[in-house]
Design a protein around this ligand. Structure first.
Ligand code: NAD
Length: 468
């Protein structure tokens, strides 16, 4: 079995204890993973703090060169990282490979940005400049659905801006992150990047640590609220990318046969474990029956299995807790609606749930009102568009949403009315590193990606100089 280590102060370090990481497709142990103690977390923060003065004074070009080297390393080791990601996360190898290359592409994107000094005014009486300075030590907390990709929202911009970082992957998916740490350790100065792990017990300590100046968190809304509370005492900067309950609205001019595969993919990619997956679908009553039937056919035909097996389109849920939760939601949905595909769970090992389509279900059912984060989609009908938008917006989340129609003007008008951080038209679930990403309402705070995604790792400083 491969040995994994933490990265603290430039050294690969054993954990004070270990914890098991399990392959969700087989429920078999993959590795004894190092588990950090709180003392090790403190050492990681200390080393990041010690590395900050030196790193923050390097030229931004030098820091970008390091990120480019990291991108090269990711690509050169893509097969190994993808295999490991599939083993610990469950996703098909092809999707894991896409994630690994996506991570490298996101690194490269951030190296195309700069943080120039802006001259706001240069008049007779004064010169006013805006500078973007690094903050210090960043604590970065990542969930288990896209362990590598979501790290790439944080590590490259944090470092390019001149910060140092302590990263904490989720307890069920630490291995690809630790292997990544080992691969890059010699291209970053000691202490600039640190990796610790936990069994869901160190996030609060990292958040509240007095030497952590900013917390960049991706995870559930409930944990995000704890991060916000933990950061409040010292008024730390926070970026929160949280849960969602994205609605898709399909108008009656859409061809169900043509749209169904796209809608299916929007909801079921990564076995539904995507923050911006389509989690509720509203279909106009004129095409409701046909759309439900198309979606059910695709669901029935989709091969699920071990992500390492060729031909697997959807892997297992990542962990037992999520598996049990989704099963529970399906059981309740059986009372509240009609299951027309999936719905049954086999006794075989692995956290597998077949893609499940539920029709004739309404708001008030947990499957509609809560974030399922799994392969089960409630499909509801509506009779007028305003009503559909109202229902789509009637949630405390606001991450994404989409409108599907042949009439782009109409779709645009409805998109304007949807309360979400991103609204797509005739697609869903598209992310690009150059496009700012963030949630409204309880889906988050702040922005990742794009220029703003870099600026969030800085403190704006004004220099206002009198001229004689
Ligand atoms: P989670 O909130 O349970 O865990 C996320 C991370 O927070 C893990 O690393 C966990 O160890 C850590 N954590 C646990 N308790 C903590 C605490 N008290 N303080 C600080 N950190 C703590 O989320 P999850 O179940 O791993 O991930 C699924 C959730 O993440 C879903 O709600 C999904 O929508 C959301 N998500 C959001 C985005 C986005 O960009 N908006 C992207 C991916 C996932």
């Amino acid at each position: 079995m491969t040995e994994y280590r933490l990265l603290i102060n430039g050294e690969m370090t054993p954990g004070d204890t270990t914890m098991e990481v399990v392959n969700p497709a087989t429920e078999e142990k993959i590795a004894d993973c190092p588990r950090s103690s709180e003392a090790q977390l403190n050492l990681a923060v200390e080393s990041a703090k010690a590395a900050f003065p030196g790193w923050s004074k390097t030229a931004i070009e030098e820091r970008k060169a390091v990120i480019l080297k990291i991108a090269d390393i990711i690509e050169a080791n893509s097969s190994e990282l993808a295999q490991l990601l599939t083993e610990e996360q469950g996703k098909p190898l092809e999707a894991a490979t896409t994630e690994v290359f996506g991570m490298a592409a996101f690194c490269r994107y951030f190296t195309s940005l700069d943080l120039p000094v802006e001259v706001l005014e240069d008049s007779e009486g004064r010169k006013v400049e805006s500078h973007r300075n690094p903050l210090g030590v960043v604590g970065a907390i990542v969930p288990w659905n896209f362990p590598l990709m979501l790290m790439a929202f944080k590590l490259p911009p944090a470092l390019i801006a001149g910060n140092t970082i302590v990263l904490k992957p989720a307890p069920t998916t630490p291995l690809s992150s630790l292997r990544f740490a080992e691969l890059i350790k010699d291209v970053v100065p000691a202490g600039v990047v640190n990796f610790v792990t936990d069994a869901n017990d160190l996030g609060a300590a990292l958040t509240a640590h007095p030497d952590v100046r900013k917390v960049s968190f991706t995870g559930s809304t409930a944990t995000g609220a704890k991060v916000m509370a933990g950061a409040a005492g010292l008024l730390k900067r926070i970026t929160l990318e949280l849960g969602g309950n994205d609605a898709g609205i399909v108008l009656n001019d859409v061809d169900p046969k043509e749209a169904a595969p796209k809608l299916f993919d929007s909801a079921f990619q990564n076995t539904g474990q995507v923050c911006i997956a389509m989690k509720r679908l509203y279909v106009h009553e004129d095409i409701y029956d046909e759309m439900c039937a198309e979606l059910a056919t695709i669901a029935d035909e989709t091969p699920i299995g071990n992500g390492l097996d060729q031909g697997t389109k959807l892997g297992p849920l990542n962990n037992k807790m999520q598996y049990e939760r989704v099963k529970e939601l399906i059981e309740e949905a059986k009372q509240d609606g009609n299951i027309i595909a999936g719905g049954d769970v086999s006794d075989e090992p692995g956290y597998f749930i077949r893609p499940t389509i539920v029709r004739d279900i309404k708001e008030g059912s947990r499957l509609v009102d809560e974030e399922q984060f799994g392969p089960v989609l409630p499909v509801m009908s509506f009779s007028n568009e305003e009503e559909a938008v109202e229902r789509a917006n009637a949630t405390s989340w606001g991450l994404g949403g989409s409108v599907w129609s042949a009439n782009l003007d109409k779709a645009y008008e409805l998109a304007e009315q949807m309360d979400a951080g991103t609204v797509w038209i005739n697609k869903h679930l598209e992310l690009d590193p150059s496009i700012p990403f963030g949630g409204s309402k309880q889906s988050g705070l702040g922005t990742e990606l794009g220029e703003e995604g870099l600026e969030e790792f800085t403190q704006r400083k004004i220099i206002n100089m009198a001229k004689a």
